[in-house]
Design a protein around this ligand. Sequence first.
Ligand SMILES: Nc1ncnc2c1ncn2[C@@H]1O[C@H](COP(=O)(O)OP(=O)(O)OP(=O)(O)O)[C@@H](O)[C@H]1O
Ligand SMILES: [Mg+2]
Length: 230
Amino acid sequence: MIEIHDLSYKYPGSKVNALHDINVKLPPEHVFAILGHSGSGKTTLLNCIAQFLRPTIGKVTIDGQNIATIDKKTIHSIVGVVFQKLNLFPHLTVMKNMTLAPINALGIPEKQAQKSAMEMLEKLSIADLAQRYPLQISGGQAQRVAIARALMLQPRYMLLDEPTSALDSQTTSDFAEWLTELQEETCFIIVTHDLPFAQQVASHGIFLQDGVMKTEGNIQEIIDQQTASV
Ligand SMILES: Nc1ncnc2c1ncn2[C@@H]1O[C@H](COP(=O)(O)OP(=O)(O)OP(=O)(O)O)[C@@H](O)[C@H]1O
Ligand SMILES: [Mg+2]
């Protein structure tokens, strides 16, 4: 289980905290949503969980261990991240994007990495894209490739920052179904301002406002509170 303890974060040179005293447990059996308006601190929190930012105060633990004490190579095979900007390598085919980290970071032989990449792409119904370059696929397909690439390292937790931002409503609901299938093996923590999508995929979550955790708990309750307060 990921636990966030008394976490505050202030960007260097900034006068105000981007996050104030966040305390929350992310149970591994749920899809968990981090909700909030633009600028509320969602991406900052995700970066603190994934260790791209070191909390100014407080800590993040995984199964009781301070995540800051886990070495950088290991951490991203436990916690995978797909950023708002997908960061696919434009000069590499989908297949090469998928196999780069397993070959280089985990030392998996190329043939084996290609075989599991193909299985993953088939599972996501995008096997026909394997030899294309990122500029030759649609935004929604790129989203799936980025997630498939992160899943290649078989992380226990997967952090997704605004996964539906490039998707239309049909692709968003396909994606929601797909997430529901994948959550048996991987625990998803999803940053989104898309409340209907959150409602479809997540059972629990938090709502951030100006870096403060306003509400925590059942996703429906959070959404009802937000709707009531607008
Ligand atoms: N590198 C940075 N340096 C200084 N301040 C930053 C930096 N990145 C973000 N911030 C500030 O921290 C606050 C939280 O930003 P964050 O990116 O976490 O918001 P967000 O909830 O992810 O927003 P969005 O929905 O627009 O992606 C904002 O006020 C933002 O301006
Ligand atoms: Mg963000």
